[in-house]
Write a protein that binds this ligand. Structure first.
Ligand SMILES: Cc1cc2nc3c(=O)[nH]c(=O)nc-3n(C[C@H](O)[C@H](O)[C@H](O)COP(=O)(O)O)c2cc1C
Length: 151
């Protein structure tokens, strides 16, 4: 899997005053009518707990320029406050944090959750979506990268 390139997003959730998120790559489109996606989240992550509490989450696909945000939302170095100090954050419909200038944003209500092994699969119904015509951030072989055209 190290050799496989993935688009990178920051998944966010908010429960009351507490907001957090994580850098992830496990989004899969599920259905167009209704519009459904799924993500796979480690059960130990703060985001998994906040999603369970709030019933909502946001997917923020990152542009190349937002690579610092990708680093902030993975690992244990940054506090939740430090994570959200970089970039501008807003709300759409559900209240989950939405990143200004993200490549694509899906604001989601939880439809269903299935826990198996170390992870929880969360199905989300997309209730709002935005996108920009920018270059997306890529993860491959242990580092964040730019996507270059072949011709
Ligand atoms: C490119 C990339 C993709 C990742 N994808 C996922 C994912 O799909 N699901 C997941 O649970 N963690 C994923 N992670 C790991 C989380 O970002 C990491 O465990 C994070 O520290 C969890 O946040 P927390 O420690 O604040 O709970 C990914 C990390 C990277 C760098």
């Amino acid at each position: 899997m190290r050799q496989v390139a993935s688009a990178v997003f920051v998944l966010t959730a908010r429960s009351g005053e507490e907001a957090n998120g994580l850098t992830a790559a496990s989004l899969c489109p599920v259905s167009t009518e209704p519009p459904l996606v799924l993500v796979s989240l480690n059960r130990d992550s703060a985001a998994e707990r906040l999603i369970a509490e709030s019933g909502a989450f946001a997917i923020n696909f990152l542009t190349e320029e937002q690579h610092r945000i990708a680093r902030l939302f993975t690992g244990t170095e940054a506090t939740p406050e430090e994570r959200f100090a970089e970039g501008g954050w807003d709300r759409l419909v559900t209240g989950a944090p939405v990143l200004d200038g993200a490549l694509a944003t899906f604001d989601c209500q939880v439809e269903k959750q299935i826990s198996h092994g170390t992870h929880t699969i969360v199905f989300g119904r997309v209730v709002a979506a935005l996108s920009l015509d920018e270059e997306g951030l890529i993860w491959r072989d242990g580092s964040f990268r730019r996507l270059a055209p072949v011709v």
